[in-house]
Design a protein around this ligand. Structure first.
Ligand code: AP5
Length: 224
């Protein structure tokens, strides 16, 4: 990792870990903006495909609506294609990938071929009991991917995205029953990544129950 004179950091490959609704997306967008690297959310890629009615979107929707993970082979291919884009040369923030040990292993082996590695895995830690409340209040813009909250992060005009003016919606998979299923899947399949990255000595945890600005300050301290 190198810090440029302008304060921006080069060669920065960051992974955001945490339960659904922990605030990974909220923080990943801020990191991307501050450090000048792209924010890549596999969830956003799937939602854009669902919105555009592509075959990938139709396939992914079957799993997402059930609170299940999209199969690894589909997800890995999409992610590896995306990180080959030119804007990823100086690093990226991955939000929602990897989500299983096999996904992490594929990413590591692809990076190894390039003589690279994951630099930081940041776990945004929020207990399950806070998650369901957060998710039912989240409102999302399916056009530009911005997210808001009915209590904690209100848009300037109710129900309308500040960034692109589109209508804000409750995501299909944010309904309480689906959130409970997503939490179970998270504990079974994604939480083991915390140990995986601890062993790789790149894991950092932040308290995701604090205000979004405080969470971001803690992350910037880690990345400095
Ligand atoms: P994805 O879109 O990645 O969903 P997720 O991981 O479940 O995460 P979320 O986007 O729901 O939450 P977040 O942690 O980003 O929280 P946010 O910042 O929005 O994936 C959706 C689905 O796609 C998956 O279930 C799966 O089916 C599929 N998928 C995606 N990637 C996959 C992969 N790699 N493999 C297989 N399948 C995959 O914040 C939540 C709310 O809380 C917001 O309203 C926000 O404003 C508010 N908030 C944020 N921070 C705070 C705070 N500090 N205090 C109070 N409120 C806060």
């Amino acid at each position: 990792m190198r810090t440029l004179a302008c304060g921006k950091v080069q060669d920065m490959k960051i992974i955001m870990l945490g339960a659904p609704g922990a605030g990974k997306g909220t923080q990943a967008k801020r990191i991307a903006e501050k450090f000048g690297v792209p924010h890549i959310s596999t969830g956003d890629i799937f939602r854009a495909n669902i919105k555009n009615g592509t075959d990938l979107g139709k396939e992914a929707k079957k799993y997402m609506d059930e609170g299940q993970l999209v199969p690894d082979e589909l997800t890995v291919r999409i992610l590896l294609d995306r990180v080959k884009d030119k804007d990823c040369e100086k690093g990226y923030v991955l939000d929602g990938f990897p989500r299983t040990i096999p996904q992490a292993e594929v990413l590591d082996s692809e990076l190894k071929k390039l003589g690279e590695k994951v630099d930081y895995a940041i776990d945004v830690d929020v207990p399950d009991e806070n998650i369901i409340h957060r998710m039912s209040g989240r409102r999302a813009c399916l056009k530009c991917g911005a997210t808001y909250h009915l209590e904690y992060l209100k848009p300037a005009k109710e129900g309308i995205c500040d960034k692109c003016g589109s209508e804000l919606v409750l995501r299909d998979d944010d309904k309480p029953e689906t959130v409970k299923k997503r939490l179970t899947v998270y504990h079974e399949q994604t939480q083991p990544l915390i140990d995986y990255y601890k062993k790789a000595e790149v894991l950092h945890s932040v308290d995701g129950t604090k205000e979004p600005d405080q969470v971001f300050e803690a992350i910037v301290e880690i990345l400095k």
